[in-house]
Design a protein around this ligand. Structure first.
Ligand SMILES: Nc1ncnc2c1ncn2[C@@H]1O[C@H](COP(=O)(O)OP(=O)(O)O)[C@@H](O)[C@H]1O
Ligand SMILES: [Mg+2]
Length: 739
């Protein structure tokens, strides 16, 4: 940033300890410096109280009120500034900037913060990020905000420039506007404390009465909006008169969950009363794993200790035929939990019928989320990928000697244009000509501290090949979209495909490698294959791995494409499908780059399972096998049922359910009750006559059809008005997965 005349000169020593190294920012109420703690030899950020409206600097360092009348507001402001530093110092949160010290000097106040190496949010996301990246960032940010609110502090100035993203991709909140607000209240300078587009309407009022968590929620929503839509919503004042707000759904320039976009619209309601009141409330809609998930997992674990290997903790006790009457008598309309109901209050000491019902509620919450994310209509329009740069660059003599350039000039120059564009040095649209690429290259060289020659050498080329690159949303023309997966079929084959969304490491790929699960009609019968297309990007003489979470699996290398298996009975393929289905977030394929170093692609799992199911439904049942697990239910003589899911075959599932029943039942007399390899198992019951209950179960790919089958079975059993009681699903989605 240019040197500000009112700021302290560089090299000024503050408190005999901090050397001013630069100016990071200067707002209406303060100047932020980059400084060096010369004793500890670390960089710090220092904020100086400097209210521009009524202060000036005399003899270069001392800050003075401009006039006598301004002495009082100036001093009062200092006290507010200290107050803010104190509150901040008390907070220790990994995602809130750490305030280490407050001191006075030059007749004003300073507070010293940890210097956070990173980029502001807008620099971090020069283009609309992907859902998973946003989720990863928002989780800790919401936690930070919640911690802040719990400490009675409101940030009041959340905006892209006040969120730093560290090099490890974790966010940190900086620049608390609380004291500014207090100062503004005294000094009538409201304009200085609102940030048009980000501040909610209540912050335009000097009175802070109407401000609360919902005000920060508005600003954070506006911040997300600006990141996904390319700019903030209209200024809150203008929205009161004539609201030209375009919903997040319409404005988003990428594919995001429908719920997520709706949560943004909700938080951006002009009227504070219409917004979420707490971060907690908002988080449930905004993020896929609301805080309830943690509670759900804990509650679930309590219901079913994960001691039996593969079986996942699901609703463990369901009523058997004889016990249905007991359950029915406890059913009240309220206790039939709705999908959206929160399981958070599922705590210790529940009596058993409640406990059964709560379990059912948890399962239903999961199904609800699963549906929402799986639906095709939930994917926002994805913009077309940016046109590749047609490159016709005449390399100069030195450039011609670079081996990569000699062997693949177009690829190399395309990659350079691509990276420079991604990094913001080249215009993001249109075509790039020779001179604009060279000019952009100069800016890049400047940014990395190299001579601005505008020509390539090996070092610059390596550096560019090493830049991590995110790719545009991926398309398969004519395909059905499931999250980030695409189902495309023709007479010969049926594929679900996703493209890498990020490439890290040395490659000249500008095209997107794809991960594909295909079913091919062959003379010997249908073949199932999983492969990575464009495997020539890797050095195939070195091992290549697929990983998700903590699991790592080697990929088999098979010529041009890396195939994971050709044989449907191969255990490995099944593991890959499981991995993709159970893991939320990205999976990585890592190997050596032919240009040296490692190369890593990441692929999203988002939408994999629904796409896989659709592939099975439309292209043949055999495929479903890959994502099915066997589940079984055993019943004891007291009509308590014990279930397991996630077993490889029926016998194994039955055995596990029986073992569980035998080990834990108080009644004994365990017998196998049901087994299923469909996604969901449902139980229904109805009264034949007074106190004589019929029941039936059904299992199918969706909960709705399982329910229908259960009701039919119950009717067959003689039940009248058969009603659905509860269900369990073998779905691996993490709403109820233990790991
Ligand atoms: N602790 C810090 N570590 C690193 N950079 C910081 C830190 N605090 C502020 N900055 C940088 O300085 C800029 C201005 O600081 P900020 O506290 O937001 O003041 P203001 O918004 O009043 O200018 C920020 O946008 C950020 O880039
Ligand atoms: Mg700021």
């Amino acid at each position: 940033m240019d040197h500000d005349e009112t700021a302290l000169p560089l090299d000024t020593l503050l408190a005999d300890e901090y050397r001013i190294d630069g100016i990071l920012g200067s707002g209406g109420f303060g100047i932020t410096y980059r400084a060096h703690d010369i004793k500890l030899d670390v960089d710090v950020a220092i904020k100086e109280y400097f209210p521009r409206d009524f202060a000036s600097r005399s003899n270069t360092v001392t800050v003075r009120p401009r006039s006598k009348g301004e002495v009082e507001p100036f001093e009062w402001g200092v006290s507010q500034f200290i107050e803010e530093a104190r509150r901040l110092a008390r907070l220790q949160h990994p995602n809130i900037v750490r305030c280490m010290r407050y001191f006075e000097g030059n007749d004003t106040g300073y507070f010293v913060m940890t210097f956070e190496e990173g980029r502001t949010l807008d620099a971090y996301f020069p283009r609309p990020p992907q859902q998973a990246e946003l989720d990863n960032l928002l989780k800790p940010l919401l936690d930070a905000l919640e911690a802040l609110h719990a400490a009675g502090i409101y940030h009041r100035d959340i905006a892209p420039d006040n969120i730093l993203v560290r090099d490890d991709d974790s966010p940190v909140l900086i620049d608390f506007g609380a004291s500014r607000q207090a100062i503004a209240r005294r000094t009538q300078t409201v304009a200085a404390i609102v940030k048009p587009g980000y501040s909610p309407i209540e912050q335009y009022d000097r009175e802070t009465k109407l401000q609360g968590a919902w005000s920060d929620i508005y600003s954070l929503a506006a911040t997300i909006y600006s990141v996904i839509a390319g700019g903030p919503p209209p200024d809150a004042l203008s929205r009161v008169r004539n609201d030209s707000y375009v919903s997040a759904r319409d404005a988003a320039r990428g594919a995001y969950r429908r719920e997520f976009l709706e949560a943004i619209d909700w938080a951006l309601q002009p009227d504070p009363d219409d917004r979420p009141v707490t971060v907690r409330e908002w988080r449930r809609k905004l993020l896929p794993n609301p805080s309830s998930t943690k509670a759900a997992a804990t509650a679930m674990t309590k219901f079913a200790p994960a001691s039996d290997g593969d079986s996942r903790p699901l609703v463990e006790r369901l009523l058997g035929k004889d016990g249905v009457g007991k359950l029915k008598s406890t059913l009240t309309p309220k206790s039939k939990s709705e999908p959206g109901s929160s399981p958070e209050d599922g705590r210790r000491g529940l009596r058993w019928p409640d406990y059964v019902l709560r379990g059912a509620a948890l399962v239903m919450v999961g199904v609800f989320l699963f549906r929402v994310f799986a639906g095709k209509e939930d994917v926002a329009e994805t913009p077309p990928p940016a046109a590749a740069a047609p490159v016709a660059i005449v390399a100069d003599a030195a450039e011609r000697n670079l081996p990569a350039l000699a062997s693949n000039p177009d690829g190399v120059w395309n990659k350079i244009a691509f990276v420079l564009r991604r990094l913001g040095y080249l215009n993001s649209s249109g075509t790039a000509d020779v001179s604009s690429i060279r000019t952009a290259l100069k800016s890049y060289q400047h940014a990395i501290g190299r001579p601005e020659t505008g020509t390539l050498n090996q070092e610059i080329l390596n550096r560019i090949l090493d830049e991590n690159v995110e790719l545009d949303p991926y398309f398969v023309p004519g395909a059905t979209v499931y999250g980030r997966w695409f189902l495309a079929k023709d007479a010969e084959r049926c594929d679900i495909t996703t493209g890498a969304t990020r490439i890290e490491g040395r490659t000249i790929a500008t095209e997107r490698p794809t991960l594909r699960f295909g079913r091919k009609r062959a003379s010997t019968g249908d073949e199932f294959e999983i492969y990575l297309a464009k495997s020539n990007l890797f050095d195939v003489t070195a091992p290549i791995n697929l990983s998700a979470g903590t699991k790592h699996e080697p990929l088999l290398v098979d010529g041009e494409e890396i195939s994971m298996a050709q044989d449907p009975d191969e255990k490995w393929s099944r593991q890959v499908t499981r991995m993709l289905r159970k893991h939320t977030g990205d999976v990585y394929i890592t190997g050596a780059s032919p240009y040296g170093g490692t190369l890593r692609f990441s692929f999203p799992t988002d939408g994999f399972e629904p796409a896989f199911r659709a592939m099975a439904a439309e292209c043949g049942e055999g495929i479903l096998y890959w994502i099915e697990d066997w589940g079984a239910v055993a019943k004891d003589s007291g009509a308590v049922v014990w279930s397991v899911v996630g077993k490889g075959n029926e016998a194994e599932a039955k055995e596990a359910a029986m073992a569980k029943c035998t080990a834990r039942s108080d009644h004994g007399g365990c017998e196998a009750y049901a087994s299923f390899h469909e996604q969901c198992w449902a139980l229904a019951a109805g009264e034949r006559r007074k106190d004589d209950w019929a029941s039936g179960w059904g299992a199918d790919a969706t909960i709705d059809s399982a329910k229908k089958l259960a009701i039919e079975a119950c009717e067959k059993d003689g039940g009248k008005n058969c009603e659905f009681i509860t269900h369990i699903c073998a779905d691996g989605s993490n709403e109820w997965s233990a790991n």
